[in-house]
Design a protein around this ligand. Structure first.
Ligand code: NDP
Length: 460
């Protein structure tokens, strides 16, 4: 990669040439390309305004992970058969602090998936204003349908390699898709056993009885809802009486649903990878949590238990609900590229006011364009779902000081952080002449914080 100190003729020509390099050097990693493109599209004026970033090749360096680790994860299933999975940890950028970002266990995980998530994480973490760098990891292991013992053996094998790369001052993983409290427990247990250290700050998302922080479980979903509330407030609106769709029914979705309900909204639908439920009068969250968190069941089980008040649509996409009923707010909280241009048009026709990404990159670029053209308030994942990692940083603080905060105090801190992120995005969008463009605001505010730290640290 070229690191010339001579500025290019124009900022946009330079950006395109760096982006071409990203495509060439990372073939086939389409999700990483998509995430990089989105950031590059916001940076033209930043590069013009701050030529020192180009001179120090900040963008070229930011696109290249500091370290990428790929390893074999062998384990034995309940039938005594040897199984092999692949483990990843991409340590993307540590200019602001130790690498921080979750682990995803899902059969779709490839190196490019982890790189897209790690790249996003760098800017998201910067946006929180906290001292955390960006990284991400995971495996193509599928915890679904595995026994607890199989999950434990897999996690122990995964950590037997990962432990040498992480530490409270080095790299601090957490959960993501397929990695919840159970998996973090097994991972931490193996780390403790291998290192003979009770190093609580090495992982976040721990159980509250053994080093975890209150509100970490709720944080991403709660935070995304608070961010949406702040966006709605700019138009004199709030959640009261709003009809809301939340995709997914995992960690982020469940707590987004809870917070929306607390704020007076009516969540009429959610989903999993097998189907969608539509409950006209609103979801029964108590039942949903029982099915998902306690019984580890499917949405079809929820619908069966709920009876006539629930309409389960096997194989249906959640956004199709908006074809026939009004939807005021949409919170995609499942996975990347789950809401496309046609879905966005359906939502706009239905009268949607606000969309916020609880998941990472759930809206395709074409969908984001439709929302922008239709003046729909749009909160990108980097900003809207940053409450999870911010609360992880609070967990690290509590671990470092051997302290544990109350639920109320922790939620108050989360609320302040999300309001702060909203303000930072809005003020940056204003400064760059595009009021209300949260995509631009998030990318530019996140990028400049990382870029300034990288400048200060020299060429490393
Ligand atoms: P969970 O594993 O708890 O839940 C994921 C949900 O999304 C499940 O309902 C799952 O359905 C559904 N889903 C996953 N993959 C697909 C797919 N390919 N197609 C359709 N549905 C799918 O994960 P989280 O709630 O933790 O994460 C959800 C999103 O939020 C991810 O994008 C993650 O990166 C992001 N995020 C999470 C944070 C956190 O703190 N957990 C922090 C910031 C972002 P099924 O059970 O059928 O697979």
């Amino acid at each position: 990669m070229s690191t010339t100190l001579v500025p290019p003729t124009t900022a946009s020509a330079r950006l395109e040439s760096i982006f071409d390099d990203v495509l060439r050097r990372n073939p086939g990693e389409t999700e990483f390309h998509q995430a990089a493109r989105e950031v590059f599209d916001s940076l033209g004026r930043v590069i013009q305004k701050h030529p020192q970033y180009a001179e120090a090749a900040i963008l070229e360096r930011i696109c290249e992970p500091e370290r990428q680790i790929i390893f074999r994860v062998p384990w034995v299933d309940d039938a005594g058969q040897v199984q092999i999975n692949r483990g990843f940890r991409v340590e993307f950028n540590s200019a602001l602090g130790p690498y921080k970002g979750g682990l995803r266990f899902h059969p779709s995980v490839l190196l490019g998936t982890v790189k897209f998530l790690g790249f996003e994480q760098v800017f998201k973490n910067a946006l929180t204003g906290m001292p955390i760098g960006g990284g991400k990891g995971g495996s193509d292991f599928d915890p679904k349908g595995k026994s607890d013992n199989e999950v434990m053996r897999f996690c122990q094998s995964f950590m037997t390699e990962l432990y040498r790369h992480i530490g409270e001052y080095t790299d601090v993983p957490a959960g993501d898709i397929g990695v919840g409290g159970r998996e973090i427990g097994y991972l931490f247990g193996q780390y403790k056993r291998i290192t003979n250290r009770y190093e609580s700050g090495v992982l976040t998302g721990k159980g509250v009885g053994w080093g975890g922080a209150l509100v970490r479980t709720e944080a991403t979903g709660y935070g995304a809802t608070v961010f949406t509330e702040e966006m709605l407030r700019t138009r004199g609106e709030d959640f009261d009486g709003k009809r809301v769709l939340v995709s997914g029914s995992g960690n982020v979705a469940l707590y987004a649903i809870e917070k929306v309900q607390q704020l007076g909204g009516i969540v009429v639908g959610c989903s999993d990878s097998s189907g969608t439920v539509y409950d006209e009068k609103g979801l029964d969250l108590g039942l949903l949590r029982q099915v998902k968190e306690v019984d580890r069941g499917r949405l079809s089980d929820y619908a069966e238990a709920r009876g006539a008040d629930s309409d389960y649509r096997a194989g249906a996409r959640i956004w199709s609900i908006a074809e026939s009923v009004r939807v005021d707010v949409a919170l995609p909280c499942a996975t990347q590229n789950e809401l496309d241009e046609a879905d966005a048009r359906t939502l706009v026709r239905s009268g949607v006011l606000a969309v916020a990404e609880g998941a990472n990159m759930p809206c395709t670029p074409e969908a984001v364009r439709v929302f922008a053209e239709s003046s729909v308030l749009f909160g990108p994942g980097k900003a809207a779902n940053a409450g999870g990692v911010a609360t992880s940083a609070l967990e690290m603080q509590q671990n470092a000081s051997r302290d544990s905060w109350s639920f109320e105090h922790s939620e108050q801190r989360l609320h302040e952080i999300m309001v702060g992120i909203h303000e930072r995005c809005a003020a940056t969008a204003d400064e760059y002449g595009e009021p209300g463009n949260y995509v631009l605001g998030a990318n530019v505010a996140g990028f400049t914080r990382v870029a300034d730290a990288m400048l200060a640290l020299g060429v490393i």
